[in-house]
Design a protein. Structure first.
Lengths: 257, 70
């Protein structure tokens, strides 16, 4: 079986799902099920004491799915570390998707603060999955600091632009000895398949599924695309060439030249 | 009057209505403690300690929960 292994834990699914932007908790739960995902991300916020809505965690079967808290909203290392510790206290889980995004327009991650936070969190025993720009050098430094994965972005969060950073991600994949999870910006199943075809170990998708007209169907489409892309990667892609290469035999009997 | 800052908002309680512990405060607010983590004056308080952590005038408490996110 071709399993994904992160920090020693085995997963059958290579599609991670973000839980944001779904129209309801039940739609979210159905989409996660249709995606056959095993890791789902969540965020931390203050309880609104004037308007107590349903606890979304109750829609997620924690026996079945690994909750991966993120540090979204953190603008520097200190805030990300504080959120990580809170998440651990809340769940007892020491896994964290580390994201430090000081820029509100493109939500691009801060590489220096991310590395700083990762070094501290790893020392505190966290399993750190850092969200980063597609930077091969940063990826190596994070891996050396002991992160469990690297999660380079395909394009800005929620932009659905697809794999704009392909060339850099190919270098990251070539050099990584931790799983590479392509995160952010994958807008279509074909984008996810492309990431898997070039050798990504997994992808994380949220907006493209949550905001589709039919999130459950789209989740299934992404599931199939990830499987297709992974299978293609394992099959060894045929070489590309400029000239045609006949697929049918060019028998000479029609002409004598 | 006793004052507590809850998630940045100042709440005042008559002396006899001041919640004694974090668990009491959550009960007052109608919040399910299973879904919440607290930070009291910057210190994380784990759920198992909610009923034994007493609250005092002038303290600041953050109540945090999971929400959907990517």
């Amino acid at each position: 079986m071709d399993e994904l292994i992160i920090a020693g834990k085995k997963f059958n699914s290579r599609l991670l799902i973000g839980t944001g932007k779904f129209s309801s908790s039940s739609v979210m739960a159905q989409a996660i099920e249709a995606a056959k995902a095993e890791i789902v991300t969540v965020a931390l916020r203050r309880v609104d004491i004037t308007n107590k809505d349903d606890d979304m965690l109750s829609a997620i079967d924690r026996e079945k799915y690994l909750l991966l808290p993120n540090t979204s909203g953190a603008r520097n290392a200190d805030e990300a570390i504080r959120l990580s510790r809170l998440a651990r206290a809340a769940t007892g889980i020491n896994w964290v998707k580390l994201e430090v995004t000081p820029d509100p327009y493109y939500l691009l991650p801060d590489p220096i603060e991310t590395l700083k936070a990762a070094e501290i969190l790893v020392k505190e025993g966290f399993i750190v999955l850092p969200y980063i720009n597609a930077d091969p050098i940063l990826s190596k430094k994070l891996q050396d600091a002991g992160t469990a994965t690297v999660m380079p972005l395909a394009s800005p969060i929620g932009s659905n632009q697809g794999l704009k950073t392909r060339a850099a991600i190919e270098i990251i994949i070539e050099q990584a000895n931790v799983p590479v999870v392509v995160d952010a910006g994958l807008g279509l199943p074909s984008h996810a398949a492309e990431a898997m075809e070039i050798g990504a170990d997994a992808v994380l998708v949220n907006t493209a599924i949550a905001t589709a007209a039919e999130p459950t169907k789209m989740a299934e489409a992404f599931k199939m695309a990830v499987i297709a892309g992974r299978t293609a990667y394992l099959s060894g892609a045929a070489a590309e060439s400029k000239k045609a290469s006949a697929s049918s035999p060019l028998t000479g009997f029609l002409r004598n030249d | 009057m006793s004052i507590l800052k809850i998630n940045g908002l100042v709440s005042s309680f008559p002396e006899d209505k001041m919640p004694a512990t974090i668990a009491d405060l959550l009960l007052n607010l109608g919040i399910d403690s299973a879904a919440v983590v607290a930070e009291l004056d910057g210190q994380i308080i784990e759920r198992v300690k909610f009923s034994t952590t007493s609250l005092h005038h002038g303290q600041s408490i953050e109540l945090i929960r999971f929400v959907p996110g990517g």
